[in-house]
Ligand binder design. Structure first.
Ligand SMILES: [Zn+2]
Length: 321
């Protein structure tokens, strides 16, 4: 059993989901794949296969030991090839056969993808079919250290366990630019609102360019086709955009916390206390709540693929601090 509290907690959640009959058929497991990710996958598979009557997984029965040593006939581990570091489409076909055949032991089957960000476009599309209509009693675990590198169509069909201790952060200089943008005094009026939205869009454009640059560099050794490369750029950018919106949301939570007199130690940015106090001073409790709702709305609209050029002015214009 792992001693990492994140893994322990994730396995408890997993067991609770199983007991309640509410297990999703696919999970994106975010964290170091060789350590936390693998520990979680082994623990989850043992929980499904363990032959003990109680306190499952026992870690000692035949099934638990077979999972541990990677030889359980109803558990399939798929890894990128050593040379190309890519999971080839032929392997995904093997995976599909495994998923759709009857299990040896008559129960669950577990498929583990070690490095879900290592799928090319063809393999990714083949895998998508498995994700769309998996048979019952099949659990798919997609391990990744880089969720921003996983195809968005795959991400949207998985639930998540996050085992990494670090939250994803934005690369510099955009991280600081975003905080400076938040600290700017707000001038009322439509024109000022448009210009604030424009400044935010500019930061995001910079992030998109950075994503393209990073992926290009990474994919040189992999010789990716254009479609895969483009999908990865989009995926990484969306992950960053999500992080940026989370920053906005946390910032406004700090304003709310400040307005309610919460201790600075509970804030996300106690180092920016002066700015936060200044902004929170002109804010009613209801307005602070409304600002958080506006940012959540912004996320929903972007999730529905509405253009940023429309969503930002519409939402940013209503933020009054
Ligand atoms: Zn056992």
């Amino acid at each position: 059993m792992s001693s990492n509290p994140r893994v322990v907690e994730a396995l408890e959640q997993f067991a609770a989901g199983l007991n309640a009959g509410r297990l999703a058929h696919a999970y994106l497991v975010v964290g170091p794949v060789r350590s936390e990710g693998t520990t979680f996958a082994v623990g989850a598979a043992q929980r499904l296969f363990c032959e003990a009557r109680e306190r499952r997984p026992c870690g000692a029965c035949r099934a638990c030991r077979r999972v541990e040593s990677g030889v359980h006939p109803d558990a399939l581990w798929l890894e990128p090839s050593k040379k190309s570091r890519i999971i080839p489409v032929e392997d995904i076909r093997k995976f599909q056969e495994f998923v759709f055949r009857t299990s040896y032991e008559g129960g669950w089957k577990v498929g583990v993808l070690v490095g879900a960000d290592r799928l090319g476009a063809e393999a990714g599309n083949a895998f998508l079919k498995t994700l769309e209509e998996p048979p019952p009693q099949v659990l798919l675990l997609l391990l990744t250290e880089q969720p921003q590198g996983v195809l968005p169509t795959i991400v949207s069909r998985c639930q998540r366990f996050v085992l990494a201790t670090e939250e994803t952060d934005l690369p510099e200089p955009w991280r600081s630019a975003l905080l400076d943008w938040l600290a700017m005094p707000v001038v009322e009026g439509d024109v000022a609102g448009m210009s604030r939205a424009g400044a935010l869009l500019k930061i995001l454009k910079g992030l998109r360019a950075k994503a393209a640059e990073e992926i290009k560099e990474e994919s040189q050794e992999e010789e990716l086709d254009d479609e895969t490369e483009e999908a990865r750029v989009e995926a990484r950018y969306r992950e960053w955009r999500l992080t940026a919106l989370r920053v906005l949301c946390l910032w406004h939570r700090d304003l709310l916390a400040c307005r309610m007199g919460a201790d600075e130690s509970l804030w996300r940015w106690p180092d920016r206390a002066e700015t936060i106090r200044r902004k929170a001073a002109g804010l009613t409790w209801a307005a602070a709540m409304e600002h958080i709702a506006i940012i959540e709305e912004m996320q929903r609209l972007l999730d529905r693929n509405l253009p940023e050029e429309t969503v930002f002015p519409f939402c940013v214009g209503r933020l009054r601090v």
